[in-house]
Design a protein around this ligand. Structure first.
Ligand code: PEP
Length: 245
């Protein structure tokens, strides 16, 4: 999943989707889910102009269906556009917009009630990594973010492990760290949801590039990647896929 963050005008998003057809076709032939998360303002254009098999995710949503929440967008509004994935708890939202595990939990539950796919991001800051508390932090984010969900509700859930210190920094986590933490997350998911947790996909994110994506996607506990910078340019986006098939 490519996370475009606050990048691309509608015309630029349209330019991207108009040339992405062969890449999406190739992904589909290899049974790979592939998509992008544009800004709210580009969602409509991307849904309408993208090939039908391309996933389109929002980068955030509100958990209430409507009301006095200036500046927010509801899940029903996303649904109306044909958007059925939504990133939740990205570290930039946690850092700059004070998003808490409790708010993420409300959003995840609301998305699941609408049969949408929450792509829930977890990961430790550099300070937490250096203090050796990565697993403690990730456990709290997973347990609190998924609180009150039942085994029958989690089959559409996707988790992304994104160490904050590796996002947009070019300092990607080693494959050992990615495997260790993604495996740990799987263990927590199993504790919470039993065998149903096997349906939950776990992604790695943080400075994934065409040159290193294969190293991550061949790890036993990594099912995919959440990619920021390298998803913005069409050549690099295509190369991400080409390098894993
Ligand atoms: C992200 O935005 O989730 C991300 C991982 O960014 P980047 O690939 O640029 O590090």
């Amino acid at each position: 999943m490519g996370n475009w963050k606050m990048n691309k005008l509608i015309s630029e998003a349209n330019e991207f989707t108009s040339t992405i057809g062969p890449t999406i076709k190739k992904a589909t032939e290899h049974n790979i889910d592939i998509g992008v998360a544009p800004t709210y303002l580009c969602l409509d254009e991307v849904v309408r102009s993208a090939p039908k098999d391309m996933l389109v995710a929002a980068q955030n949503c509100h958990y209430e269906p409507h009301g006095a929440f200036t500046g927010e967008i509801s899940i029903e509004m996303l649904e109306e556009l044909g958007v059925n994935w939504c990133i939740i708890g990205h570290s930039e939202r946690r850092t700059y917009f004070n998003e808490t595990d409790q708010a993420c939990n409300l959003k995840i539950k609301a998305l699941i009630a609408h049969h949408m796919v929450p792509l829930y991001c977890v990961g430790e800051t550099l300070e937490q990594f250096e203090s050796g508390i990565t697993k403690e932090v990730v456990r709290r984010q997973v347990v609190d973010g998924l609180k009150d969900l039942t085994a029958s509700e989690v089959k559409n859930l996707v988790i992304a492990y994104e160490p904050v210190w590796s996002i947009g920094t070019g300092k990607n986590a080693s494959t050992e760290i990615a495997q260790d933490v993604c495996c740990y997350i799987r263990g927590i998911l199993h504790e919470l949801f039993g065998d149903a947790s096997e349906e939950i996909r776990v992604l790695y994110g943080g400075s994934v590039k065409p040159e290193n994506i294969r190293d991550y996607l061949t790890l036993p506990d990594v099912d995919g990647a959440l990619v920021g910078g390298a998803s913005l340019k069409i050549d690099s986006y295509q190369a991400l896929l080409d390098n894993i098939i």
